[in-house]
Design a protein around this ligand. Sequence first.
Ligand code: 5GP
Ligand code: ZN
Length: 116
Amino acid sequence: MSEQGCIFCKIAAGEIPAERVYEDDVCIAFNDITPQAPTHLLLIPREHFDSLDKAEAGHKATLGHMMLTAANIARDKGFADDGYRIVINTNSDGGQTVFHLHVHLLAGRPFVFPPG
Ligand code: 5GP
Ligand code: ZN
């Protein structure tokens, strides 16, 4: 399940420390090491897959669970009403730098659209 050398697999396994804010059987949420907003969380599936581009039908439940988990975290942490931004950078032009699928959850300031 875990991919050799993958930094997010290592975080999921507890081999690299991270400030976890939520976890369950499917996914883990932790603070981004270089926050781009007052709140900047990353949600990762425990199961490794490289990117949304590599998602398959078998990942449907995991992806749906992660979206609902992001919304629950936003409500629990009290920033849902003000709003937030969900981002899944995918492949090179998408700005993806870590190739273990992850959802950015950003909040605490207004965001412009389209992003840069
Ligand atoms: P991407 O550019 O692939 O969409 O996002 C990768 C994110 O992972 C970046 O926002 C980066 O700051 C974050 N990141 C990279 N390495 C680590 C790490 O070791 N720990 C944590 N908490 N975040 C990381
Ligand atoms: Zn991984």
